[in-house]
Design a protein around this ligand. Sequence first.
Ligand SMILES: [Zn+2]
Length: 121
Amino acid sequence: MESDLLTEYRSRAAGVIARNKSVLDILSKQQCAGAKVVRSVIKAVTACGCIGINGCKNPPRTGTTQIEGELCEDCENIIMTEMGEMFFYFVSLCNALGIDVAEVVRRDMSRCDMLGPYSLR
Ligand SMILES: [Zn+2]
């Protein structure tokens, strides 16, 4: 089911991308989109205040997200939009390189299952 969703999205992304078809454009747009995700999370903290970040030493495996509170609807919408943009360029990169995004997810799920917390992520 999820693979069907990724396959459908892959097809739509391939049909939509027009201006930034060059792999160089895709790479730079993906970087910009990633920066916008970070910026929108920071704005949820500094402009809206619906979440806070309690940054401190965070021990591996037992640590927390260090996020306090929950995203308000507006911030969640903004962050999800920016994540969608980032995901679009990630999928477009897969398309440009002839890589099946569903296979990327499958392989990484297998890696997660195999290495578990030892994947050091
Ligand atoms: Zn908010």
